[in-house]
Write a protein that binds this ligand. Structure first.
Ligand code: PEP
Length: 249
């Protein structure tokens, strides 16, 4: 069956990379992307490198995103980055609500939602991350956690063109563990159903899977029902590995 939602493979470089290595990586992805027309490719470097990476991939089909933004457009918020600043630096997307931000910085669903709204204000597309912890999965509350996060993190004005949702089970991030394809598919079907209660275009929203995706497991995970791409952490730090994931779409 033909895909109706264009897949997106997004790399989250997290707090990794100094300029020289980051530019080599970005150029490697941009070069390889010439042979990748089956999906959108996005790299999300640390904030210090957004502008340089955006310059490095200019003219290619690689997009650039931030890893977080502040809800406000400017002001007395030392150390924070506004969505407008990311846009000004060349970003088109921004990740919000990553579990590492929710854990390390105590970000609540309400804060994540305000950040998604800030992304829209600046003309960026937010990738809103949701996902259960291991304890929540083992307690059988995965679906209720996802429903709660969707209700709290996704602004009511969401449309398919300006929203991407990433399902990232916290226990699968950086651990080498992944859910089965059946578990991924079940979560994505549930997420789409819950989105349907919150917005009219839920069937057209891109839903990414994230958590220990690499070249060798990408084909299987990306083939799971209702998966429209991947949010990739560790494996996005090597151009070949990241491109192998894109080729698996
Ligand atoms: C992530 O941090 O979003 C992620 C999915 O990491 P990894 O691919 O390393 O599990």
């Amino acid at each position: 069956m033909a895909r109706t939602r264009r897949p997106l493979i997004a790399g989250n470089w997290k707090m990794n990379g100094l300029k020289a290595d980051a530019l080599t990586l970005a150029k490697g992805v941009a070069d390889g992307a010439k042979a990748t027309s089956n999906c959108d490719l996005l790299v999300c470097p640390p904030a210090t490198l957004v502008m340089a990476v955006a310059e490095a991939v200019k003219g290619s089909n690689v997009l650039v995103g931030g890893q977080d933004c502040h809800p406000k457009a400017n002001g007395a918020h030392t150390g924070d980055i506004a969505a407008e600043m990311l846009r000004d630096a060349g970003a088109a997307y921004v990740i919000v609500g990553h579990s590492e931000r929710r854990t390390d910085h105590g970000e609540t669903d309400a804060i994540v939602r305000a950040k998604a709204e800030a992304a829209w204000r600046a003309g960026l597309i937010p990738i809103v991350c949701i996902g259960e912890t291991l304890a929540e999965r083992e307690a059988g509350s995965t679906f209720s956690v996802l429903a709660r996060q969707i209700k709290g993190s996704i602004p009511p004005a969401a449309t398919a063109a300006r929203l991407v949702v990433a399902y990232e089970p916290v226990w699968a991030i950086g651990t080498g563990k992944t859910p089965t394809t059946a578990e991924v598919a079940a979560a994505h079907v549930h997420i789409r159903k819950e989105l349907g209660g919150a917005m009219s275009e839920a069937s057209a929203v891109r839903l990414l899977y994230g958590g220990s995706v690499k070249g060798s497991n990408a084909a299987e995970l990306l083939a799971a029902g209702d998966v429209d791409g991947a949010l990739v952490g560790g494996a996005s730090l090597k151009a070949d590995e990241f491109l192998a994931i894109a080729k698996a779409v």
